[in-house]
Design a protein around this ligand. Sequence first.
Ligand code: C5P
Length: 260
Amino acid sequence: RRPFQVAIDGPAASGKSTTAKMVAQRLGFDYIDTGAFYRCVTLAAMSKNLDPSDPSNVQKISDLAFQSRIGLKTIFADPVLNADKTLSTPASLPTTRVFLDSKDVSLEIRTGSISKHVSAVAAIGPVREAVLQKVREIGAREDTGDNHGSDSSSAGLVMDGRDIGTVVLPKADLKVFLVADSRVRAMRRLEELIRNGADPSKENLDLDVVQQDLERRDELDRTRKVSPLRKAADAMELDTSNLTIEGQVDEIVKEVEKRR
Ligand code: C5P
């Protein structure tokens, strides 16, 4: 039997990656962040001074996408052994390291300039083909290396992105579409940026700017011709505007357990 597949899609800053990582940690599943692949291709293009919004660069960026070697490694914390010998999930969030041609680019791919250009790169058809090939390959591998400290392959896989339920894993056992009010998403994203060391007084960073940025990216992702962001017909929609991360993780874990 193939591993249980959970597909999580949704707009920018809807809490996909945090939720997906925590669901994977709770269930002992592997985790694959597909957005990281588009971010790596964007970084590769920009390091070669290829402006993604210039149509004459499409061919070169597509070639880069096929040539780049992209790897992910998620580090899960070990379960906590309670006094009564039961195990519980650690409170700390798993971290994902991202490698582009063997270099750790985990931080570089999250900068504002990559976020600004990534949707243009993700709209290029051949780039999507290259990423699809890579993530399907990793997903099909029995052991992605993220095996929660054991040598056996994991029982399942959580993948997040924009087209997981519709294109990448159309037969996923559970599809979740996360939505949240764009103001709430902007607040969460701004908090995250500040937590990661951004200084709003120096950078052009306020709630309105962050919100506009998210909305512009969502618009590009929703309206592109290839694999646009949309909810799969058989996906469960979860509005997280008024949910805590723990609350949304609980909902998804409950749903997996029902279907397993
Ligand atoms: O999830 P994250 O914000 O890192 O994704 C960055 C961008 O990558 C998205 O805005 C979208 O343009 C693109 N993406 C995509 N399909 C996916 C995942 C991400 O087009 N499955």
